[in-house]
Design a protein around this ligand. Structure first.
Ligand code: ATP
Length: 510
């Protein structure tokens, strides 16, 4: 085992961003109205923030900036620790790129945090006891955006999951639970199927959980976990999960809580973090004074807590709850039973400001726990493991004749050479050679697994083909023989043993 230790926290030394000066962008649609409301409340509550304003969104897209942001805006964004962002409208068509994805990836915003709380009876929800936070990995997984068409019939999307990516996120989830006085962190994965990618996430979760004995930790398979979230969300507290699952369940939970219009979210990075409402730019009501600013106000409160101003966030959120329970509602929240006064965006803003310092009597008041201290996450140094090459999966585009796997198998056995042997062929993960079933449907995409040849294994005195090392030149020589034989290989995946453990999945039926 190599004892090279790697410290994986922020290799580039970026200058420390500023705490009291934030970047803000009004955005499109109702953006200006709700941002003005939020800023008025922040100022009235004594947040003591200064602002650098940047332009993003529709105007920037139409000026020709493909990601909806001008190049100069990046310098401002990188100078400040927090970015409060209004909703934006992405024009239809024209190959525009998502601004959120661009910002998330460029600035390394690794955790998406979305609290979901029910505000019954003022906002309808079947689950009055619901009060949970979804913390979703934000950069990896299928969202790395690496997709390829490989054959006429088959396309693929790479699911990338990294140890430091998992660790940073999962540590953030536990630190968040501690800082915000939450008692439990639930991990959701599909590691019964994806043993290596989701398996790594679950494994790192178990490792990190041991360091937080004061916080309860449990795990659900994502399908049953999502069903539970929809059926009995009150049993959850903090949920931490991979990117795709998190994307889906955070929408489910916001919907189930009934609070899509009130929700805020944070995208947390090591240097810079972005805060926004979860709703869109609502162009249908823009400029009419009808917009509910609560989503952005809640996002701004998450920002205050992140900046170490938790007490001010608490004051604002409690004033917001008082306004809600006193029946002072914007049009979207109007209901006969509880609305006493239907107000405009500015009327709502004034009502919140007037209630700063008050606490709600029916709704549970917000208590920030120790959260006036910003959350710091350090990924631990780790020992790089031993990595041994033990074979290769060669993916071949083959549609000859009736696609009889044995024909391809016999040809590959002859081409395997001295150093390698063909172990199996799978089609869409199912073993079709040797000993496949004729019923298995075969596409034109064949995964052909080669391992060290029997003679090489015997020479090593090892009983198991997988245990014998393979040289990189054995693989390049094989690829050359395949090419000369007219076989069209699409890609290869090397098979490794990592610290003596098989580090790849077996084919179904292997
Ligand atoms: P996007 O694709 O940007 O998410 P969308 O049209 O799917 O846009 P929203 O912009 O969130 O979603 O609007 C959905 C509905 O909710 C619209 O009828 C809109 O008027 C309403 N809505 C959204 N946000 C608010 C708000 N803050 N206050 C009042 N109504 C809102």
């Amino acid at each position: 085992m190599k004892l090279t230790e790697q410290i994986l926290t922020n290799p580039q030394s970026a200058p420390a961003p500023l705490d009291n000066r934030i970047t803000l962008a009004y955005g499109d649609g109702i953006g200006r109205e709700i941002m003005e409301s939020t800023l008025a409340i922040l100022d009235a509550a004594g947040a003591g923030l200064e602002y650098d304003t940047i332009k993003i969104g529709k105007e920037m897209y139409l000026e020709g900036h493909a990601s909806g942001i001008s190049p100069e805006a990046w310098d401002v964004l990188r100078r400040n620790k927090a970015f409060l962002k209004g909703p934006i409208t992405t024009p239809q068509g024209g190959g525009y790129k998502s601004l959120n994805v661009t910002i998330r990836k460029t600035l390394g915003l690794y955790a998406n945090v979305r609290p979901c709380r029910a505000f019954t009876p003022y906002v309808k929800s079947h689950f009055p006891d619901m009060d949970l936070v979804v913390i979703r990995e934000n950069e990896e997984d299928l969202y790395a955006g690496i997709e390829h068409q490989q054959t006429a019939e088959v396309v693929q999307c790479l699911k990338l999951v990294s140890r430091p990516g998992c660790e940073r996120l999962i540590r953030y989830a536990f630190e968040y639970a501690r800082a915000y006085g939450r008692r439990k962190v639930t991990c959701m994965t599909k590691d019964n199927i994806m043993k290596h990618t989701d398996g790594l996430f679950h494994q790192v979760f178990d490792e990190v959980a041991k360091e937080y004995q004061d916080i309860e930790a449990d795990h659900y398979i994502i399908d049953i976990g999502a069903a539970m979230l929809a059926d009995s969300p009150g049993r959850f507290d903090v949920v931490v999960t991979l990117n795709l699952y998190g994307d889906i369940i955070s929408d489910i939970t916001a919907q189930v809580a009934g609070s899509v219009g009130l929700g805020g979210s944070a995208n947390i990075g090591s240097h810079i973090s972005m805060f926004e409402a979860i709703h869109g730019s609502a162009p249908d009501i823009a400029g009419k004074g009808l917009a509910n600013p609560s989503g952005l106000i809640n996002a701004a409160c998450m920002m205050l807590a992140h900046l170490g101003k938790g007490r001010i966030a608490e004051r604002i959120q409690n004033a917001l709850l008082c306004t809600l329970e006193e029946g002072i509602h914007t049009a979207d929240l109007y209901n006969e039973a509880f609305t006493k006064q239907k107000v405009s965006t500015s009327g709502f803003t004034q009502a919140v400001i007037q209630r700063l310092g008050q606490e709600p009597s029916r709704l549970k008041a917000v208590r920030m726990g120790q959260q006036s201290k910003p959350i710091e996450v350090q990924v631990k140094p780790y020992v790089r493991p031993d990595k041994k090459l033990v074979g290769v999966d060669v993916f071949i585009d083959w549609a000859d004749g009736n696609r009889i796997p044995a024909e391809l198998g016999h040809q590959l056995e002859k081409l395997a050479g001295e150093a390698l042997q063909l172990k199996m062929i799978t089609n869409r993960g199912v073993k079709v050679y040797p000993d496949g079933f004729p019923e298995t449907f075969c596409t034109d995409h064949w995964r052909c697994r080669f391992v060290a040849s029997a003679s090489k294994v015997d020479a090593q005195g090892s009983g198991m083909a997988y245990a014998a090392p393979v040289a990189y030149s054995d693989i390049t020589n094989l690829l050359q023989r395949l090419t000369i034989a007219g076989l069209n290989f699409i890609k290869i995946e090397n098979l490794y043993e990592i610290d003596g453990e098989r580090a790849y999945s077996l084919g179904q039926g292997e």
